[in-house]
Design a protein around this ligand. Structure first.
Ligand SMILES: [Zn+2]
Length: 231
């Protein structure tokens, strides 16, 4: 396998069903570049899964699953009850998967709502990164794959911003790219989301600015994607 084939495999791979092939594994062990790409992809997948499970699933569902599992674990006199427990467990897992993957896409009703979500996420201060600034070229192709739109970096370098790195996150209920930029001693958050996540028209080049909880938010649309910056 050569790099091109490996990268083709990686981009086409369904992380939930496709295990690494022996040929891909062999290439991975001999190619640092592809290994870095693969690790970025794994990191992004982990960050989005963690975000979904922490923020998006209703709390009650977790309790229910735990109860069901506990119930299934306790010694049961009647096989019927045991089967009922297992069936209920499976039903909950299916419901969970359905909620995560087949939910109709969430859409923002206005930019105030988006700026509030962006500030709340920024103020959490979680700067975990799946890739660093110098891996951005590789990360962009992986981000585009995970988010299903062609992620383009905002043009901030001439304003003195240095890209530190980023990960995937869930903003409101939208999957977004989350980038960290440093300017002097301040770290800014930049969220990139697909225009599809807005439930209203927004012209390319238009801007919305706002101050919330001591943070400044700057939201703009460019090249068909929406950028929300908080600093
Ligand atoms: Zn390679």
């Amino acid at each position: 396998m050569i790099c091109k084939d490996f990268q083709h495999w990686l981009l086409a791979r369904d992380e939930f069903t496709d295990k690494i092939t022996p040929a891909a594994q062999e290439h991975l062990e001999s190619c640092e570049n592809c290994k870095a790409l693969y690790n970025i992809d794994l990191g992004l997948e982990k960050s989005i899964q963690a975000a979904f499970f922490q923020e998006e699933l209703p709390k009650g569902l977790f309790d229910q699953i735990e109860l069901t599992l506990d119930h299934a674990k306790t010694p049961i006199l009647y096989a019927k009850q045991k089967i009922a427990g297992i069936v209920a467990g499976f039903a909950l897992i299916i419901a969970m998967v359905f909620m995560v993957f087949f939910n109709p896409p969430f859409r923002y009703q206005n930019l105030q709502q988006l700026s509030e979500k962006a500030v709340a996420s920024h103020l959490k201060g979680n700067t975990a990164m799946s890739f660093t600034g110098d891996q951005i070229e590789q990360a962009l192709s992986m981000l585009s794959k995970e988010l299903k739109f062609n992620v383009i970096l905002p043009d901030l370098t001439d304003k003195g911003y240095v890209l530190l790195g980023g990960r995937l996150c869930v903003l409101g209920e939208c999957r977004t790219a989350y980038l960290f930029y440093q300017n002097q001693d301040k770290v800014s958050s930049v969220f990139i989301l697909d225009y599809d996540h807005l439930d209203f028209e927004m012209a390319d080049g238009s801007r919305f600015e706002n101050d919330i909880k001591g943070c400044h938010t700057d939201i703009w649309k460019e090249k068909g994607q929406v950028y929300a910056m908080v600093y």
